[in-house]
Design a protein around this ligand. Structure first.
Ligand code: DQA
Length: 155
């Protein structure tokens, strides 16, 4: 099982950026940890970060062709307004789990809106970096369920 972890704009600045909100761990440290967690779950994890909407969109479009079974995505600020990413997610046949490090519902009003969550299978928000690990576990359960243990799934 191969899973793509996508991080959007400004997430390359983790560790430096507003550490009171996003913590002191860097993106590199997070990605290293996710590869290890993925291994323990018998999942191959591939990580990609971009500050550019189109580059993220290309990754979404190519994911199935590149052999991925699902996408875990923190779209950063694009969450709140990118109809292009939303439509991109809708256009593919892979499950997407949305992750936010901070609790977007306890912050500014504009962060409470996610245009991408309704086309994702679920959203994990407010558990810090651990949210990505939760998403890996959830993705594994979801995909395994879809492969035949009777769970109800979207895709
Ligand atoms: C974020 C929340 C977004 O509102 C913000 O624009 C980010 C990070 C999070 O992980 O908490 O860049 O997605």
């Amino acid at each position: 099982m191969k899973v793509l972890v996508l991080n959007g704009p400004n997430l390359n600045r983790l560790g430096i950026r507003e550490p009171d909100i996003y913590g002191s761990e860097t993106l590199e440290q997070l990605e290293k940890k996710l590869l290890i967690v993925g291994k323990s779950l018998e999942m191959e994890v591939v990580c990609y970060q971009s500050n550019h909407e189109g580059a993220l969109l290309d990754q979404i479009h190519d994911a199935e062709f590149n052999g991925f079974s699902g996408i875990i995505m923190n779209p950063g600020a694009f969450t709140h307004y990118s109809i292009a990413l939303r439509d991109g997610i809708s256009s593919i046949n892979l499950p997407v789990i949305e992750v936010h490090i901070s609790n977007v519902h306890s912050r500014e009003e504009f962060r409470k809106i996610s245009v991408t969550a309704p086309v994702s299978i679920g959203q994990i928000t407010g558990f810090g970096m651990y949210g990505y690990e939760m998403a890996l576990n959830a993705m594994k359960k979801y995909i395994e369920g879809r492969e035949g243990n009777g769970q109800v799934t979207k895709n």
